[in-house]
Design a protein around this ligand. Structure first.
Ligand code: FE2
Length: 279
């Protein structure tokens, strides 16, 4: 179904759009089952990588930097005892899986390339959309880590900026279990920083505008399973820790337009054998 003009107006004004019942429960449950299967088959021996938004250099190891065209697993920061052993089962310790599920796994491919999603990104102004990144985010019970305020264009920058994120709630997301929060209209503040590769290895954050986020304007986006939240690439958002006993699984997709330049300095790069694809 096409977006109504009021919905496009509200997306342009707020920088986000909440679409309830975009995906049916069965599709959400299929994706959750598939993610569980991938985790079950994942052998963490020797490849432990932690995802943290607090200490970005720690995550910038090769395992992370090479994950743009792979399926890789990142642990919660609080998953480990001080001796390095897991505090909970492997299944309850993974922060996220990324970043090319949509190209490498048939179940994720099918979920990510539906006519409904194609119509949606077209309505949002992407003329020749490419699927750039996918993430399965677990937000585990009790140890689900905080994601500090950011906009996705910091990580996935294009010139001109043509970036749209889709955030699918695979379970109900509440304040209690760490739902998204967004600064309404904050996409009009402009680009704050870029997270780029450094020659010789590693990454760095280039600050463009060091003024703090107007976090007083944050509002929670509590949504039901099956809802998709559309995020403008410049919309500031965050999610808080999950201290509850409930998980908060979500799947995210990021689209860019083929007409925009995608710099080689962006952290996410794909090999020549695996170019970006659309629908
Ligand atoms: Fe984000």
């Amino acid at each position: 179904m096409k977006l109504a003009s009021e919905q496009i107006t509200s997306y342009d004004r707020d920088g986000f759009l909440v679409l309830e019942n975009f995906v049916d429960a069965q599709a959400c449950d299929q994706l959750r089952a598939r993610a569980a299967r991938l985790v079950r088959d994942f052998n963490p021996q020797g490849v432990v990588s932690v995802f943290s938004t607090h200490e970005q250099t720690r995550t910038s190891d090769d395992y992370f930097l090479e994950s743009g065209d792979k399926i890789r697993f990142f642990f919660e920061e609080n998953a480990f005892h001080s001796d390095g052993t897991l505090r909970q089962s492997k299944e309850h310790s993974i922060n996220k899986i990324g970043h090319a599920l949509h190209d490498l796994d048939p179940v994720f491919d099918k979920f990510s390339r539906t006519p409904q999603i194609k119509q949606l990104v077209s309505d949002l102004g992407l003329v020749d959309p490419l699927l750039l990144q996918s993430m399965y985010i677990f937000k585990q019970p009790r140890i689900g880590g905080e994601v500090t305020c950011h906009h996705d264009a910091t990580f996935l920058y294009t010139e001109p900026l043509r970036l749209v994120g889709l955030w699918f709630a695979l379970e109900d997301a509440t304040i209690e279990n760490g739902c998204l929060w967004a600064i309404t209209g904050g996409h009009k503040l402009g680009l704050k920083s870029r997270f780029v590769r450094v020659e010789g290895g590693g990454t760095r954050c280039e600050v463009i505008d060091g003024t703090p986020w107007p976090e007083a304007n944050l509002r929670p986006l509590e949504v039901k399973q099956g809802t998709v939240i559309v995020l403008h690439g410049l919309l500031p958002h965050l999610s808080r820790e999950n201290r509850s006993s409930k998980s908060r699984h979500a799947y995210t997709l990021h689209f860019i337009d083929a007409s925009a330049h995608y710099p080689g300095s962006n952290w996410l790069q794909r090999s020549a054998e695996m170019p970006l694809r659309g629908f």
